[in-house]
Design a binder for this molecule. Structure first.
Ligand code: 6CS
Ligand code: FE
Length: 284
């Protein structure tokens, strides 16, 4: 029986995580012992200043150029209620500055330290969250989607969210539920065919209901790490997260790399539907 089955019954369930968070314990690498222990406990680690504001500005320039260069192609996803660009996917293959970035010690080095093996990019994306038009990302566990819809076998991948603009309380910062990575919420509802055409704009299937969310938040609360451009939030593939819309007059642009263990490559999706396209989930 698949320990991480989901969208398989009419009621939600909080199942135990059966994978470790630190796959080789507290191991040497870019993070200190104290930082690793915080990641293990909380399911995320916020590092203001991990990249400099100058580095972030150069990355923002590259990411804004991608939005223009790839307008109208499959890698570009619009907001749910307009044609405003919400995300661009597979950016690690679209710009040499981004291809070099994820392989560095500050990203791949951290992921290797946590997953205990070499890593590859399962998914990369830029969430532009433009001023006023940038809508919410509803609460979700990435792993629940990647397991059911992409065929990611186990919880052995790390996401890095790099703020390319400042994250404040006004522009829809990434919100996370500390400790939620240790409960696997089996969600309710059937996955529609080609669900990604809807879910990447506004996800409504594979998401917790208010009782499931309360179960997690009562135990861990909600945090929204703030910080200057260059801040990185590393989070476990199963940490419950989301973000509200951006009502500030400035964009809140985040660059994501999902680094998966090479020993956790995708198999047939566990939800029984055809795999999602390559620009959303690396299968090669
Ligand atoms: O479905 C996915 O793969 C994407 N959706 C969200 C909201 N986060 C994870 C991932 O980027
Ligand atoms: Fe996500």
């Amino acid at each position: 029986m698949d320990p991480y089955h989901s969208r398989t019954s009419g009621s939600w369930e909080a199942a135990e995580r059966v994978d470790p968070v630190l796959h080789q314990g507290v191991a040497p690498g870019p993070l200190s012992k104290e930082q690793l222990e915080r990641f293990d406990r909380d399911g995320y680690l916020a590092l203001p200043g991990w990249f400099s504001e100058q580095e972030a500005a150069a990355l923002l320039e590259a990411c804004d150029a991608l939005k223009v260069a790839h307008a109208g192609s499959d890698v570009v996803v619009a907001e749910p209620d307009s044609d405003v660009v919400r995300s661009v996917f597979k950016v690690h293959e679209l710009h040499e500055r981004l291809a070099a970035l994820w392989q560095g010690e500050r990203l791949a080095g951290v992921a290797r330290q946590i997953v205990g093996s070499d890593v590859y990019v399962h998914q990369s994306r830029v969430n532009y969250k433009p001023a006023l038009d940038g809508r919410e990302f509803f609460w979700h566990s990435d792993f629940e989607t990647w397991h059911v819809e992409d065929g990611m076998p186990r919880m052995r991948s790390v996401s890095a969210s790099i703020s390319l603009t400042p994250s404040t309380e006004f522009n829809g910062p990434l919100m996370l539920v500390p400790g939620s990575h240790r409960s696997y919420i089996r969600t309710v509802g059937e996955t529609p065919p080609e669900h990604y055409k809807q879910s990447l704009r506004r996800q409504q299937i594979g998401v917790p209901d208010v009782d499931a969310l309360s179960y997690l938040v009562e135990r861990g609360g909600i945090v929204a790490p703030k910080g200057p451009a260059g801040t990185v939030v590393f989070f476990d593939c199963n940490t419950m997260h989301g973000s509200v819309g951006n009502l500030s007059p400035e964009p809140r642009t985040n660059l994501f790399f999902v680094l998966n263990s090479v020993e956790n490559r995708l198999v047939e999706p566990f939800g029984g539907l055809p795999p999602r396209p390559e620009h959303i989930a690396t299968r090669g």
